[in-house]
Ligand binder design. Structure first.
Ligand SMILES: O=c1[nH]c(=O)c2nc[nH]c2[nH]1
Length: 462
């Protein structure tokens, strides 16, 4: 298209600045001083490079219009982050209660907190805060577990809708009376399934008027909390309404062992038997996937939500991330609030690199170096960035996570020149060095603006 044509197009938004986005899982593209044209649906319709002969005249034609945004010096565009695993109610206990193994942690701290979400006022307070927090940390899309309560789960979807975040929300199912405490579980299997169906219908209705989209997610908490009948019914509901599915899979020694004992097979195959592994399925943790489980993930298009901070507390191991990624399994990052204490995917990007380095080198200094670690396990910061953005988008089968034509305008603007805490960027730094400094040092204070589907949803004054 030549300049006469695209200067006449009525774009809703035009941005001029430098962006970082993934080209592949290993490579970051730098779009230096490009122009980004966004249409009224909030999609990136056109990206113009300064090498394009029409670039200057395009800027001249648009720069004085209200919809033209020129980034200041030191500001950079990045895709908004996609958090593939957040327990929204657990925001109420984030940063505390990390002293017990998974089973005891759930029963001692987590189920009592989640039980409180029968109180819709309490739910509102916590859910509004967690959505604000994630937006301020650059997270534009989140895949949420709510609680067993239908009303409070619908409220979480409504809050995402109102605040402009793309929320994928699940009413949690925990119906097994022998595994869940009386004070916190579905009343029975039938009500777990009807509540889930009502929830799906309500969120689909809500979604009709939400520009960025909100989505219902079929959510068996994990196999240990559900009866066979509920798991089967949930697989059927996901197929009937074509929803996303989320659960936990092969997380800790205990959870992995429990499923093996109950079904004589691993989580992956057990979940698959109930119709719960498919292209829109995202399974958290997955540390103990064996070879055939990995193949099944690949075949079904099931994604892993890698939660590196949480894994350090509850997973009894480090995820062989590099190995799984090289097999072609879809992978994104999850904060796993509150098994993970940080609402920031920047922190999880950093931890995923650190964990991979420790996995490669090993951790027991009494062993000879060649026996200490797992070869070829380290990932780069570029790969971690990919998992937090494009990898998350692929996992959810949505056109998000990249700054590229035909993707949504879901971006964060990072200001490296914050007046009191600037990033250490000095003359002579290459853009790729700046990218790495952003990855390792950005805090919410540096995230100046966040946009979802072409709408500004968070801004921070200088
Ligand atoms: O990290 C976790 N957090 C949870 O809330 C949970 N429930 C089951 N398994 C879990 N793992």
């Amino acid at each position: 298209m030549n300049i006469e044509v695209y200067t006449l197009i009525d774009y809703s938004l035009i941005f001029q600045g430098t962006a970082f986005t993934s080209k592949s899982s290993k490579e970051v593209t730098i779009l230096n001083d490009h122009i980004f044209c966004v249409n009224s649906d909030g999609m990136i319709e056109k990206i113009i490079s300064p090498t394009n002969s029409d670039y200057e005249s395009f800027v001249t034609a648009h720069q004085n219009n209200k919809n033209f945004h020129r980034l200041d010096e030191g500001q950079f565009l990045l895709p908004g982050f996609i958090d593939l695993h957040v327990h929204a109610p657990q925001w109420a206990q984030t940063g505390t209660a990390l002293d017990l193994p998974l089973y005891d942690w759930l029963n001692t701290y987590t189920f009592p907190i989640e039980a409180k979400f029968s109180d819709i006022q309490f739910a509102k307070e916590v859910y509004e805060q967690v959505v604000n927090q994630l937006l301020a940390n650059g997270t534009t899309t989140a895949l949420y577990f709510a609680t067993v309560h239908k009303e409070a789960s619908i409220l979480l979807a409504q809050i995402c809708a109102d605040k402009g975040q793309r929320g994928l929300v699940g009413k949690v199912v925990m119906d097994d009376t022998s595994q869940n405490p009386a004070f916190y579980r579905d009343q029975n299997t039938a009500s777990a399934l009807t509540d889930t169906e009502d929830f799906i219908i309500a969120v689909k209705e809500l979604a009709k008027n939400v520009k960025q989209g909100v989505y219902p997610v079929v959510t068996p908490r994990f196999i240990p909390s559900c009866t066979d009948e509920a798991l089967k019914g949930l697989g059927e509901l996901a197929a009937k309404y074509d929803t996303h599915i989320q659960s936990h899979c092969s997380e800790s020694d205990w959870a992995h062992g429990y499923v093996k004992e109950r079904f004589g097979k691993n989580d992956a195959f057990a979940l698959h038997d109930f119709g719960l592994l498919q292209d829109k399925s995202v399974m958290a943790h997955c540390n103990f996937l064996e070879e055939n489980d990995q193949d099944l993930f690949k075949e079904t298009g099931t994604a892993i939500a890698h939660c590196p901070i949480s894994n350090a507390y509850f997973a009894n191991s480090a995820l062989p991330l590099k190995n799984f990624s090289e097999k072609g399994i879809e992978i994104g990052l999850g904060s796993d609030i509150s098994g993970g204490f940080s609402p920031s995917l920047y922190d999880n990007i950093r931890q995923s690199v650190i964990t991979s380095r420790m996995l490669e080198d090993g951790v027991d200094p009494s062993l000879p170096s060649q026996e200490r670690g797992l070869e070829n396990s380290r990932i780069t910061i570029n790969e971690a960035f990919y998992f937090a953005t494009a990898g998350g988008g692929e996992s959810l089968s949505l056109p998000i996570g990249k700054i590229q034509e035909n993707y949504t305008w879901d971006v964060q603007i990072v200001d490296t020149k914050h007046t009191t805490i600037p990033l250490p960027i000095f003359n002579g730094d290459e853009l790729i060095d700046i990218f790495q400094k952003i990855m390792y040092l950005t805090r919410p204070e540096h995230i100046r603006e966040v946009w979802v589907q072409g709408e500004k949803v968070h801004s921070k004054q200088k």
